[in-house]
Design a protein around this ligand. Structure first.
Ligand code: SAM
Length: 237
């Protein structure tokens, strides 16, 4: 990675007031290098410019650390991780976390697996649809924190993610300008036993308005949910 990458990353993180452990920026850069190299043969991300990767992928993923105090060794799952965002940057910054990366597309997970090996990270990587995982006792209500970025409209995403969230835990979707989605998702959130607690809005080095919603899981989700993929997309709650 070029100096532009480091400068853009450090400036965005300074704006967000986020400090990193020693060695983290070099790991980010190695991951980004491999993302660009691997992306030449497999479509991983539309963003390929050094400073945009630094800000839109890494700094954006790390913004959550400013707003949510994650307890040491918490179990965290990234639903629809794609090329590893936001999960991988969070694990580089917080290696104490027990992180699971989930996606329904195996070719992206293959990249994530190889890229994590290069920087000696050991997340759990699972190839499954979120709505299938939500019915499986291995994953259902097992995570202290469920994160997800750019995967689905909040009404749909809530049905993917709240069944995976432990009672007392948090589902924290990353969104853009979220007011409409959040209003429309209120029924889904309460039906799935969640409660919206906070909405944090931030700007990324003048690029765009971003937000992180904090949705607390207040009791067990009814076994009726998640429904099948078709029901979820045709009849969102
Ligand atoms: N989260 C990454 C990011 O922000 O760069 C990737 C976003 S990409 C636009 C959406 C990802 O969600 C894809 O990799 C897709 O395979 C995955 N996905 C969509 N629906 C899913 C589902 N129901 N269960 C698991 N993964 C899903």
């Amino acid at each position: 990675m070029t100096d532009i990458f480091y400068k853009a990353l450090l400036s965005a993180l300074t704006q967000l007031n986020i400090a990193l452990p020693e060695g983290a920026p070099v790991k980010f850069a190695k991951y980004a290098d491999f993302l660009i190299e691997y992306g030449k043969k497999v479509n991983l991300t539309a963003i390929t410019d050094d400073s945009e990767i630094a800000v839109k992928h890494f700094a954006d993923s790390l913004a959550l650390l400013k707003y949510i105090d994650i307890k040491p060794a918490s179990s965290v799952i990234d639903v629809g991780t794609g090329a590893g965002f936001p999960g991988v940057p969070l694990l580089i910054a917080r290696p104490d976390l027990s992180l699971t990366l989930m996606d329904s597309t195996n070719k992206k997970l293959q990249f994530v697996k190889e890229a994590c090996e290069k920087i000696e990270l050991k997340p759990e990587i699972i190839h499954i649809r979120a709505e299938d995982a939500g019915k499986n006792p291995l994953f259902r209500e097992k995570y202290d924190l469920v994160v997800s970025r750019a995967v689905a409209d909040l009404r749909v995403l809530a049905e993917y993610c709240l069944p995976l969230t432990k009672v007392g835990g948090v589902f924290a979707p990353y969104k853009g300008d979220v007011n409409r989605e959040l209003k429309e998702a209120q029924n889904a959130i309460s039906t799935l036993s969640g409660k919206t607690q906070d909405l944090f809005e931030y700007e990324l080095s003048g690029y765009m308005k971003r937000s992180i919603i904090v949705i607390r899981k207040i009791s067990q989700t009814s076994p009726k949910y998640p429904r099948t993929s078709t029901q979820i997309s045709k009849f969102p709650l």
